[in-house]
Design a protein around this ligand. Structure first.
Ligand code: GLV
Ligand code: MN
Ligand code: MN
Ligand code: MN
Length: 428
């Protein structure tokens, strides 16, 4: 099947673009902030509604639906050789505060449309095909990105630390999970670890979240590597006090220490000399947060990424040194400097890249090989399966904001490439 116009067998390879858009819009209505923004945080009521919605579509498609202890959701189309490793695909539907409706969602609803398309076209899988909706790709609630896929990849320290973590309302991970219908004992976290060779390949469809494909007018990106992400939390503590009464020489202002560190981070990142190094202080909180009180505590959350792991680590080391120096110079205490994650980059597997290229060529779609600067669940699934990612253009490269948008045509192209890639890998 090479085109979706005309009659005959190619008609069966037509994407239901309107249906897909309807689903995307419907899912976006499960949000804790007003449209067009989307806010859907792990284990919130809206997240539970979104989960129910995804399971409903999986059931309608006749997939066997299963959930693991933390709520990774699997919809399986059994192949004729069900004992072989499956071909997996999927993404996430959690959304950071005031973001858009396409990040992650295209890779879940689009994957389900790809399955539907293969079913409609009469395809018979040999290896089973499986759509995964990962739990909490975004770090919003517990500070841990790609929570579900990290656990699936068998990271023991995470299974340990998840027993202890709390959100900013002091709700524990285990209690939050239970409130969403996932009651588990601490030992159950290990049951999320994937068995060896569960997947022979994993492919994630995602909007680019960058401007390249749109600018160059290329419909498909084939991802060859995912950049290395890291995140750090820092806290300073000072004496605080009255904003009028405490004179400047007597102060040790934790807020100014934070401001100085945020600027130092920008400087260290720029001094790497590489356009590929990025650093962001996305959270900066002051306590007590009153106009007439000197900040006695500050809390920063810092995101640092690079395609070069060593260069990123060098920046992290400089941030650590700056934090120590600033605390000395300002007489504040550096009460926390914690590296939350410091992940290596991941490479796509040649077998999956080859299949994606084959599919794009079959469909007469121009493609470009590129790296992913955003992270994805694929970063961790790559540890337990050959991995590849398909990117589609998005408007001006916008993401993590309400203006995020991908056209129906671009989504349809991505779904077709995904379907054909999965079909090919299923028969291998
Ligand atoms: C994922 O959302 C990322 O921040 O790359
Ligand atoms: Mn995101
Ligand atoms: Mn995403
Ligand atoms: Mn992401």
């Amino acid at each position: 099947p090479a085109s979706d116009d005309g009659d005959g067998p190619s008609t069966a390879f037509r994407i239901d673009s309107e249906g897909l858009q309807r689903q995307i819009d419907e899912l976006a209505s499960f949000s804790d902030s007003p449209a067009p923004s989307v806010t859907r945080v792990l284990y919130s009521d809206k997240d539970v509604q979104a989960r129910r919605y995804i399971k409903g579509i999986m059931n309608q498609l006749g997939l066997a639906v299963r959930e693991d202890a933390v709520g990774n959701i699997f919809g399986r189309w059994e192949g004729s050789e069900a004992g072989l490793g499956a071909v997996g695909t999927g993404s996430h539907v959690d959304a950071i505060p005031f973001s858009g409706k396409y990040d992650g969602v295209v890779g879940v609803l689009g994957a389900l449309e790809a399955i539907s398309l293969l079913k409609r076209s009469g395809f018979q899988p040999k290896r089973s095909l499986e759509v995964i909706m990962f739990t909490s790709e975004e770090p919003t609630r517990f500070g841990i990105s790609c929570l579900g896929s990290r656990l699936m990849a068998g990271i023991e320290e995470l299974a340990q630390s998840l027993r202890m973590v709390v959100d900013n309302q002091n709700v524990s991970f285990l209690d939050a999970a239970e409130s969403a219908g996932y009651k588990m004992g601490p030992e159950d976290l290990h049951s999320v670890f994937l068995k060896k060779d569960s997947y022979s390949a994993f492919i994630e469809l995602h909007i680019e979240q960058g401007p390249i494909l749109e600018k160059e007018g290329i419909p498909i990106g084939i991802v060859t590597a995912i950049a290395a992400p890291a995140s750090i939390t820092v806290e300073f503590e000072g004496n605080g006090g009255h904003a009028g009464a405490v004179l400047m020489p007597a102060r040790n202002d934790a807020g100014l220490a934070a401001a100085e560190l945020a600027l130092a981070i920008e400087k260290h990142v720029l001094e790497s000399g590489s356009i590929d190094t990025v650093g962001t202080t996305g959270i900066l909180q002051l306590h007590p947060g009153a106009i007439n009180s000197i900040p006695s505590k500050s809390h920063l959350e810092i995101d640092v990424r690079d395609i070069d792991e060593k260069r990123r680590n060098d920046v992290i080391e400089k941030i650590r040194q700056s934090a120590t120096e600033i605390s000395k110079n300002r007489g504040v205490m550096l009460s926390e400097f914690k590296i939350i994650n410091q992940d290596p980059p991941a490479l796509s597997d040649k077998s999956v890249i080859d299949a994606m290229e084959f599919a794009a060529k079959q469909l007469n779609l121009e493609y470009k090989k590129m790296i992913s600067r955003a992270y994805h669940d694929s970063l961790f699934i790559a540890r337990v399966s050959p991995m590849g990612m398909i990117f589609i253009p998005c408007y001006k490269g916008y993401s993590h904001k309400p203006e995020e948008y991908a056209s129906q045509e671009d989504m349809a192209n991505g779904v077709k490439v995904l379907a054909l890639t999965m079909a090919k890998l299923s028969l291998e």
